[in-house]
Design a protein around this ligand. Structure first.
Ligand code: FPP
Length: 248
């Protein structure tokens, strides 16, 4: 896998090297479990463990940001016990991650409507935010109670409130980006969706304007580092033009 980046005279990356930011829609946990005769919740546990492995690998190879879609604003429609298990797994994950963050100086952010989470989860999110502020380097983002459209609407509301209070700059794409949950995080270069579906499912709608998409039938718990290498190699074979032309 090539990790070199090439830039054009404007300093923008053209021939993709290593993606700076990878986003992943975690899909296929339920089917992974069903194929093994296990409850769906066992698939989510395997999915959470896989996130740990993939995040470590991303950090080791030099990816700067990894953002995963763990729970959407629509996922509350799932059976109550499944939601409860996912929330419990997330709580346990965040709790354990706090130690790792301190030890390995990792930043971790939760992106989404945090107010809609339990007080226990909100406290863990506040703690991860506080630790993240102290470090630089690799950052993992977990999208939780997240929806791309609602993110844009809440950003518009916050901008309007700032404007009404006389505290808003003139509206540009950059200024608007500062009101999104992802403020300060560069846009994803590569969006991966395992699990066989080929749709974006309300994930990072604003941020993925120029992301390269990679779809695979491999289910998320089976999406290992070799699969990630394949996705990165596919990305490196793409020609990113950002709406321009190659050799005008
Ligand atoms: C999609 O698979 C997965 C989810 C909605 C939940 C993902 C949550 C976790 C992996 C738990 C914790 C996560 C982290 C990052 C610590 P699906 O259930 O839709 O699978 P299916 O399409 O096969 O039914």
């Amino acid at each position: 896998m090539s990790t070199a980046n090439t830039t054009n005279p404007a300093g923008e990356r053209e021939t993709p090297g290593l993606p700076r930011h990878i986003a992943i829609i975690l899909d296929g946990n339920g089917r992974w479990a069903k194929r093994r005769g296990l409850p769906r919740t066992a698939g989510h546990a395997a999915g959470a463990e896989n996130f740990r492995k993939i995040a470590t690998y991303c950090k080791n190879i030099g990816v700067e940001y990894l953002t995963v879609y763990a729970f959407s604003t629509e996922n509350w429609k799932r059976p109550e016990d499944e939601v409860r298990t996912i929330m419990r797994l997330l709580g346990r994950y965040l709790h354990e991650a706090i130690d790792t963050m301190e030890k390995d100086h990792i930043r971790m952010k939760v992106l989404g409507d945090v107010q809609g989470l339990s007080p226990e989860l909100q406290a863990l999110v506040a703690r991860t935010d506080e630790i993240s502020e102290r470090y630089e380097g690799f950052q993992a983002n977990i999208c939780l109670n997240y929806g791309g459209r609602s993110e844009i609407v809440q950003a518009a509301r916050r901008y309007a409130a700032a404007l009404a209070a006389g505290q808003a700059e003139e509206l540009t794409e950059e200024v608007f980006g500062g009101y999104l949950y992802s403020a300060g995080i560069p846009d994803p270069d590569l969006l991966i969706r395992p699990g066989g579906e080929q749709r974006v499912s309300n994930f990072l709608l604003w941020q993925c304007a120029y992301a390269e998409f990679y779809f695979t039938d491999v289910l998320w718990p089976d999406f290992d580092t070799a699969e990630l290498d394949k996705a990165i190699a596919a990305y490196q074979a793409r020609d990113r033009r950002y709406g321009g032309v190659k050799n005008p």
